[in-house]
Design a protein around this ligand. Structure first.
Ligand SMILES: NC(=O)C1=CN([C@@H]2O[C@H](COP(=O)(O)OP(=O)(O)OC[C@H]3O[C@@H](n4cnc5c(N)ncnc54)[C@H](O)[C@@H]3O)[C@@H](O)[C@H]2O)C=CC1
Ligand SMILES: O=C([O-])CC(=O)C(=O)O
Length: 341
């Protein structure tokens, strides 16, 4: 068991490491809101955000269960003040003054379902939450986790457009878990240290729309075509692997919380002026003919500064890109249509 003194020194080491490279001192005040904070992702994500020294105010909102989560998290002796909010009448207060809103609210998959099968429930949840964001914190960066991400991000964009608050640079679909998986699976096969691995993952966040570019992975390894094909399939099916292993008890929560915390930390750093923070994310894009697309984006003080191109694709990558376009386009259209009903 870890002794309290060890945990304290780990947290302190963590804060020292995180502070390195920050352009401003003292660290600015930043409010982070988690919508869906009492859920399977929401709880560990709230914990990880409480450990982030860049957060000064942590607002935990859910339709139920937040007082307990907030009470537990608030006892951790790190910088941020934690407040729990429960029920729609408290949503405005939860959001006011937010710099970043992370949204893992909504139902997860069960075995046999696709992410699109969640649309009927989650589209409405996301629409409602985004209307509140437009009203109470229109300048916040939005990190959308709720599935189907390929549609929920276009829904959010439409809601913000209607409210007159849309700024494409502030809306992000969180695809970091695809990158996390691609790195892990690649490191295992390429026999390279996982901490050194980088793999861009582009496209979207469902099945074949998830396109890991292993030909651009670093450190480079001479993996044969069959292995690259297998790694691609495993990354695309990573979510389903967890859904099946959980056998009806939901989908990835802990690894998603980790991925969500990485992405939110990147947003916080760039808001604070750290230059050249680059992450993959599903954003409004002109990299392909699709209006939303995941690729590397350079983050800045006001959201993303630049959507980076795809680089040189292998034949396999090009084929994957062509194969995903139809599905991604129809998921985008479905979201836009729903938001405008
Ligand atoms: N982008 C990604 O890579 C990933 C996305 N997901 C998605 O994240 C979502 C959440 O997954 P879990 O946390 O496992 O589900 P969960 O069911 O454990 O938690 C969802 C939480 O959302 C809350 N909620 C429902 N309606 C709400 C509303 N109107 N306002 C605020 N909160 C509301 C629920 O009360 C619950 O606490 C799912 O849609 C899942 O598919 C999951 C894993 C990875
Ligand atoms: O697979 C799911 O339903 C949840 C998810 O998006 C993931 O784990 O990548």
């Amino acid at each position: 068991m870890m002794k309290p003194s060890m945990l304290r020194s780990a947290v302190s080491r963590c804060s020292q490491l995180s502070r390195r490279g920050y352009a401003t001192n003292p660290v600015p005040e930043r409010k982070v809101v988690v919508l869906g904070a009492a859920g399977g992702i929401g709880q560990p994500l709230s914990l990880l955000m409480k450990l982030n020294p860049l957060v000064s105010s942590l607002s935990l909102y859910d339709i139920a269960g937040t007082p307990g989560v907030a009470a537990a998290v608030s006892h951790i002796n790190t910088r941020s003040e934690v407040v729990g909010y429960q029920g729609e009448e408290q949503l405005g207060k939860a959001l006011e003054g937010a710099d970043i809103v992370i949204i893992p609210a909504g139902v997860p998959r069960k075995p046999g379902m696709t992410r699109d099968d969640l649309f009927n429930i989650n589209a409405g949840i996301v629409k409602g939450l985004c209307s509140a964001i437009a009203k109470y914190c229109p300048h916040a960066l939005v990190n959308m986790i709720s599935n189907p991400v390929n549609s929920t991000v276009p829904i959010a964009a439409e809601v913000f457009k209607k409210a007159g608050t849309y700024d494409e640079r502030r809306l992000f679909g969180v695809t970091t878990l695809d990158v996390v998986r691609a790195k892990t699976f690649y490191a295992g096969k390429a026999k390279v240290p996982v901490a050194e691995v980088n793999v861009p993952v582009v496209g979207g966040h469902a099945g074949i729309t998830i396109l890991p570019l292993f030909s651009q992975a670093t450190p480079q390894a001479n993996l044969d075509h069959d292995l690259i094909q297998a790694l691609t399939k495993r990354t695309q099916d990573g979510g389903t692997e967890v859904v099946e292993a959980k056998a009806g008890k939901g989908s990835a929560t802990l690894s998603m919380a980790y991925a969500g915390a990485i992405f939110a930390d990147a947003c916080l750093k760039s808001l604070n002026g750290v230059p050249d923070v680059v992450e993959c994310s599903y954003v409004q894009s002109s990299v392909t003919d699709l209006p939303f697309f995941a690729s590397k984006v350079r983050l800045g003080k006001n959201g993303w500064d630049e959507v980076l191109g795809l680089g040189t694709l292998s034949d396999f990558g090009n084929q994957g890109l062509e194969n995903l376009k139809g599905e991604l386009q129809s998921s985008i259209e479905k979201g836009i249509k729903f938001a405008n009903q």
